[in-house]
Ligand binder design. Structure first.
Ligand SMILES: Nc1nc2c(ncn2[C@@H]2O[C@H](COP(=O)(O)OP(=O)(O)OP(=O)(O)O)[C@@H](O)[C@H]2O)c(=O)[nH]1
Ligand SMILES: [Mg+2]
Length: 692
């Protein structure tokens, strides 16, 4: 039996720009709610939520983690998410599967680029949200300036429900505009004490109380009528209206506080308990009947068929795979079988548990709205739908963005290649924004991800979880070679060394083909001057010779060779002799056909705020890029262009610093094109040096 009914469950994801104090706020919530006597701190590596060694080392959150509070007969699941855009996929998945978001903004910096990004996500999922201006105890903190920056940059109206009392080191409490009272926080455990509103705040409190009342009235027609006729609303009306407004997304309450000083945190807990929607308030979730376009719904009701969605997968080398999921309808108990409609397999649910950081707490049973974990599912990964076998449904999922930064990885110790491959595959299970390929041409193992930090963290995890150490290098560019001129050349192989000799004589026409055409061979022998059985050997010799071009050893493409003439010897000719002759003739002929180096060109889409257009275009130019077109998306511009791959191997960190992190990009292979001579010279010289 589940301990709580759906209507007593709350879930909230804490989101925002990196370093705004999300994890600290979660720790403060846990501490102030009285769940733990010991306060976890990010700064000394004791946070129960940033528990991974990679997080403790960097003092940032890398993966989402969760905990839960039990107060006033409600259970609140809190999910702390990483602010760094390298890990945005995780954050987005969490947001898709909670009922509320709390956006944390720094009281000094205001809205930052990642704030804009997570704000967009909440809109995508139509998620009710509240905003918490944190770090009000810092010097230069400015509540009203941040309020302006929210209006200016996020484009949505937020409504203050708290005002700060004091600022920086004098920040000591808040005015609760709803209750029209001051709360002071000098208790080390964060309990608030009611007190008088400072006299000098009377006017500003009145102004913002009026704003709040108007905004609440606007959420509901009946309230608006009441407000217009009475000129005010009762506390009861205000409270009900606030809940309705938040739930429908028409009101976004703004709070403030300090996570490290526990100021405003107990008031935040009250808001969650009293005014944020439960799964029941949020209503049913739509999905599809598997394999069809037919929409079906699952209500947040224990009696409905079970349906859930997975929002995170953790690869544990010992415990196996851990699957975190949100129940949307029905109920779930341990030791049952469910259907994974995404993978079309049945999965056995063993023990289910809640997570408190990394600690697993047994769950007796789950109901709609619950967020929990299960170990050792065989095939289930993030985004999958789990449901009752009798009532299948499939929900939408977040698609990972294509990776944008690649590294060549090699083993630190010889013979570790297999271990590398298997551990990367385990890590991809938990993080599909990683991709792993082996480049056919360069033979390098390529690990790609969302940025430098992402790949570095992955490599550290490989070492910690699977005991393999790897070296990271910039990947080699898969250049190719071709020709621009044509020739007619003889390839003749003759060897007389007593006994049976070797003889083959060929005449080849070599000519260029258009870009992307690959290779063509034409057999134009007439009158059997070379017997049929030897002619394919000539082609084989040429194909082999093409693997290593004459300029820098890169594979040759986009050319045609015709076998036009030749001769043979009845005793000394063989397939081997013709293969060698073909290869010799080709290598000789290519030298007089203006051999040319080709490089991969990619299509790139760069999304940036308008103000960075000049810088980004200038930079693209200096990378030998071409702008092909432009588009706008909200306040952002999208630059579409083409650029040589060699020039964007480190574009992710470069664009980040050029745009203060606000630019994003994707790219894909377009075609091969000639390398300009001055660059080709360098590449050829480099390859000669390596050969020596
Ligand atoms: N002065 C002050 N510092 C704070 C407050 N909250 C957090 N910090 C500090 O800010 C830094 C970042 O805090 P975190 O809680 O790790 O921030 P985060 O938002 O979780 O960061 P990411 O997970 O990396 O996105 C730490 O040094 C905290 O001690 C606050 O209210 N006041
Ligand atoms: Mg954090």
């Amino acid at each position: 039996m589940a301990k709580y009914e759906s209507k007593s469950l709350k879930s909230i994801a804490i989101i925002g720009h990196g370093g705004t104090g999300k994890t600290s706020l979660c720790e403060s919530l846990i501490f102030v709610a009285g769940k733990s006597d010991r306060l976890g701190r990010v700064d000394d590596g004791t946070s129960s939520l940033d528990y991974e060694p990679e997080e403790q080392k960097r003092r940032i959150s890398i993966g989402a983690s969760m905990s839960f509070l039990e107060c006033e007969k409600q259970k609140i699941t809190i999910i702390d998410t990483p602010g760094d855009s390298n890990f945005a996929y995780d954050t987005k998945n969490c947001l898709q599967n909670v009922d509320n978001a709390l956006v944390v903004i720094d009281a000094v910096s205001g809205v930052e680029f990642q704030t804009e990004m997570v704000w967009e996500y909440t809109k995508e999922f139509k998620l009710p949200k509240a905003v918490f201006i944190n770090r009000m105890d810092r010097e230069r903190a400015d509540f009203f300036k941040v309020l302006e920056s929210i209006k200016g940059r996020l484009g949505d109206k937020v409504t203050p429900i708290f005002l700060p009392i004091g600022v920086a080191e004098t920040f000591k409490g808040i005015v609760d505009l709803l209750e029209n009272k001051a709360i002071y926080f000098d208790d080390p455990k964060g309990a608030g004490k009611s007190g008088d509103i400072p006299a000098e705040m009377k006017d500003v409190v009145e102004e913002y109380r009026n704003n709040l009342t108007e905004d609440i009235a606007e959420c509901d027609e009946q309230l608006m009528d009441k407000y217009l006729s009475d000129g005010e609303l009762s506390l009861e009306d205000l409270k009900n209206g606030l809940k309705v407004g938040i739930s429908s997304g028409s009101l976004i309450p703004l709070m403030c506080g300090s996570a490290v000083k526990h100021i405003g945190v107990s008031a935040l807990i009250s808001l969650i308990l009293n005014h944020l929607p439960s799964p029941v308030d949020r209503g049913p979730l739509s999905g599809k009947l598997p394999g069809t376009d037919t929409a079906v719904e699952r209500p947040p009701d224990v009696t409905a068929p079970f349906a859930a969605r997975v929002f995170k997968t953790i690869a544990d080398p010992y415990a196996g795979r851990l699957t975190l999921f949100r129940v949307y309808s029905g109920a779930l108990t341990s030791d049952t079988s469910v259907l994974n409609t995404t993978r079309k397999v049945n999965e056995r649910i063993g023990n289910i548990f809640y997570l408190d950081g990394k600690v697993q707490k047994p769950a007796e049973g789950l109901v709609a709205g619950d967020i929990a974990a299960v170990a050792k599912l065989k095939e289930t990964v993030t985004g999958d739908t789990l449901c009752s076998e009798k009532s299948p449904i499939i929900f939408d999922k977040v698609t990972p963005s294509p990776s944008i930064m690649s590294f060549a990885i090699g083993p630190k110790s010889r013979g570790d290649e297999e271990k590398i491959v298997s551990s990367i595959h385990r890590l991809i299970e938990e993080d599909p924004t990683l991709t792993f390929t082996v480049d056919r041409q360069t033979k390098e193992m390529i690990l790609s991800g969302m940025g430098q930090v992402h790949i570095e963290v992955t490599v550290e995890k490989m070492k910690r979880k699977f005991g393999v150490e790897v070296l990271l290098n910039t990947p080699k560019v898969p250049y190719k070679e071709t020709i621009k001129g044509k020739t007619n050349v003889q390839g003749k192989y003759k060897k007389q060394s007593g006994g049976r000799g070797q003889f083959a004589d060929t005449w080849l026409d070599i000519e260029p083909l258009p870009r992307g055409a690959g290779f063509e061979f034409a057999d134009k022998i007439v009158g059997g001057v070379i017997p049929g059985q030897y002619r394919p050997a000539v082609e084989k010799g040429i194909v082999e010779a093409m693997l290593e071009g004459v300029l820098a050893g890169y594979p040759m493409v986009d050319l045609k060779v015709s076998l036009v003439d030749g001769s043979y010897h009845t005793v000394d000719s063989s397939e081997m002799a013709f293969k060698i002759a073909g290869s010799m003739g080709f290598k000789k002929g290519v030298l007089s056909c203006q051999p040319t180096l080709l490089e991969p060109i990619v299509n790139i889409n760069i999304e940036i705020p308008e103000e960075y257009m000049g810088d980004v275009m200038g930079d693209l130019n200096s990378r030998r890029g071409r702008v092909l077109g432009m588009d706008s998306k909200g306040s952002h511009q999208i630059v579409k262009g083409q650029v040589p791959l060699a020039e964007i191997l480190k574009y992710a960190p470069d664009l980040r610093s050029m745009t203060s992190g606000r630019g994003t990009f994707t790219y894909e292979h377009a075609h091969y094109d000639e390398v300009p001579p001055y660059i080709a010279e360098k590449i050829i010289a480099e390859s000669k040096k390596n050969e020596e």
